[in-house]
Design a protein around this ligand. Structure first.
Ligand code: CP
Length: 316
């Protein structure tokens, strides 16, 4: 059963909660195949997208997901909002709550921003990526896509290759995949592997061929130059030579290895173009699956918050 009013990260979720999101997403995926791609599940609700960092996939995907659930959607352009006049995140959130929104979807460059907002608000908060901390819906759609392709998660070997140190996607994937019984190996140059990664349950490989050799799937991450990757690994061409996912390297991997990337892709830096567009790639399927996964998350948090509010009302 789902009782959380917020989705802040996968670290705090149980295996059963992860499975509930995935099964709910499975049932919502069918909605996108209908001629009229809408269900009334969130009719009368308002979802506000509050993005303090750039986004294409996540922001649009949350908007499409909310609209398919018949919610009203408001996108706040932080650049032209009162944030520019010095308003704090919590004040912005409190004002959105006072405007009677039901769910805030927030992306922020500070780790813990979504959790802080959730502590201060009664409405639901969904984390769309906070600093280096977590990007739960990205990991959920990665896991959903893997399950759709391979039928199960337990027992799979998944390698995550790239800028692990700065990656909220890597962290959420490690929490989610290991709870569901997969084995996760991270692979990067030494300076891009954070020190406590093994305590999260991941293995570490510094050799790309080792990371690919027995993997059922590889999730390729970009170098996050806006978060200082360059300081750790200055030569893009060197990175591509040592860690780039190329068709030559994939020849040594399992023939049907699943090739994932959360996007945006930097072609020729972490991945060869022919691989990104090749037959092993499920990159655009991941994007499509993001809609069903985010529909599930919005639906579950809204339903849980409605239930807890009605209990509070009956007690008062
Ligand atoms: N994967 C991802 O978070 O992409 P965006 O930054 O475009 O949302």
């Amino acid at each position: 059963m789902w009782t959380r009013k917020d989705l802040l990260g996968l670290e705090e979720l149980s295996k059963e909660e992860l499975e509930l999101i995935l099964s709910t997403a499975e049932s919502f995926k069918e909605v996108s195949t209908r001629e009229i791609k809408k269900v009334p599940a969130l009719r009368g609700k308002t979802v506000v997208n509050l993005f303090y960092e750039p986004s294409t996939r996540t922001r649009v995907s949350f908007e499409v997901a909310a609209k398919r659930l018949s919610a009203d959607v408001i996108n706040i352009a932080v650049e032209s909002s009162s944030v520019k006049k010095g308003e704090t995140l919590v004040d912005t959130g409190s004002n959105i709550e006072a405007l009677k929104a039901d769910i805030i979807v927030v992306r922020h460059n500070s780790s813990g921003a979504a959790a802080m907002l959730a502590r201060h608000l009664n409405i639901s908060v969904v984390n769309a990526g906070d600093g280096w901390h977590e990007h739960p819906t990205q990991a959920l759609l990665d896991i959903f896509t893997l399950k759709e392709k391979l039928g199960h998660i337990s027992g799979l070997k998944v390698s995550i290759v790239g800028d692990i140190a700065h990656s909220r996607v890597a962290r959420s994937n490690i929490w989610g995949l290991t709870k569901l019984g997969a084995s996760v190996t991270v692979c990067a140059p030494k300076l891009l592997i954070p020190p406590a990664i093994e305590q999260m349950g991941a293995k570490v490989a510094y050799d790309i061929d080792e990371a690919l050799s027995s993997a059922d799937a590889v999730n390729v991450l970009r170098m996050q130059f806006e978060r200082d990757s360059e300081a750790a690994f200055p030569q893009q061409l060197e990175y591509f030579k040592d860690f780039g996912i190329t068709s030559e390297r994939l020849k040594k991997a399992k023939k049907d290895i699943i090739l994932m990337h959360p996007g945006p892709i930097n072609r020729g830096i972490e991945i060869e173009s022919s691989v990104a567009d090749g037959t092993n790639s499920v990159i655009l399927e991941q994007v499509t699956n993001g809609i069903a996964v985010r529909m599930a998350v919005l639906f579950l948090v809204a339903q849980a918050n409605d239930k807890s509010q009605s209990v509070k009302d009956s007690e008062s």
